[in-house]
Design a protein around this ligand. Structure first.
Ligand code: ITT
Length: 189
């Protein structure tokens, strides 16, 4: 048993927490779910959204914590919805995004993730990106958010057609979070 306590993850999204937990457990890091009313600033940078959200959460909890923010960037829509992804999912939904993409031959897109860690001494961010394409129609019942329409590069399946472990081998979140875990485990061995 290490001297590390549980690491708080501030999120409203249970699926996200499960993905993170599946990666943290085997590396000996235990996570605690905290669904604070996270204040999410509007900004054109998910890095900024993540850092401000993490610092505000730390001012409420005063415990070491992480927040993770992600966005889907679609090339033919000039990066839309990007930092507005959760608003767009709530308003237009997946079908609305597919409508915007109708007749677009270029289906390239990427997910970007930023994990920000805060404690009393530091604020540090880690990023991850996965390239892929927007499917012609939604497929699969797993995952969450835009997973049914995102096909990562090199795969034929959408993220929603994969199980958690398969998504965690490829995803933007997994890349950012594993970078964070490397830092965390070397800082607090
Ligand atoms: P938080 O409380 O942690 O912010 P959230 O669901 O609002 O949870 P984000 O702001 O990070 O998450 O994500 C922005 C949107 O992008 C949101 O609608 C997600 O459903 C979607 N999204 C994020 N990561 C995704 C992923 O791995 N697969 C599919 N959609 C994702």
């Amino acid at each position: 048993m290490s001297g590390r306590g549980k690491l708080v993850v501030v999120t409203s999204n249970r699926h996200k927490f499960e993905e993170l937990e599946k990666m943290a457990d085997p590396r000996g890091v235990s996570l605690e779910f905290a669904n604070l009313t996270k204040i999410e600033v509007q900004s054109s940078s998910i890095q900024e959204i993540s850092r401000v959200g993490a610092v505000l959460a730390f001012s409420q909890l005063s415990k070491p914590l992480i927040v993770e923010d992600a966005g889907l960037f679609i090339e033919s829509l000039r990066g839309f919805p990007g930092p507005y992804s959760s608003y767009v999912l709530r308003t237009l939904g997946i079908e609305g995004v597919l409508d915007l993409m109708r007749d677009r031959a270029n289906r390239r897109a990427f997910f970007q993730s930023v994990v920000t860690y805060v404690d009393e001494e530091r604020v540090v961010s880690f990023t991850g990106k996965v390239e892929g394409e927007i499917a012609l129609s939604p497929k699969g019942g797993g995952g969450f958010g835009f997973d049914p329409i995102f096909i990562p590069k090199g795969s034929k399946l959408t993220f929603a057609e994969m199980d958690l472990l398969a998504k965690n081998l490829l995803s933007h979140r997994a890349i950012a979070f594993n970078r964070f875990l490397d830092f965390y485990l070397s800082t607090f061995p």
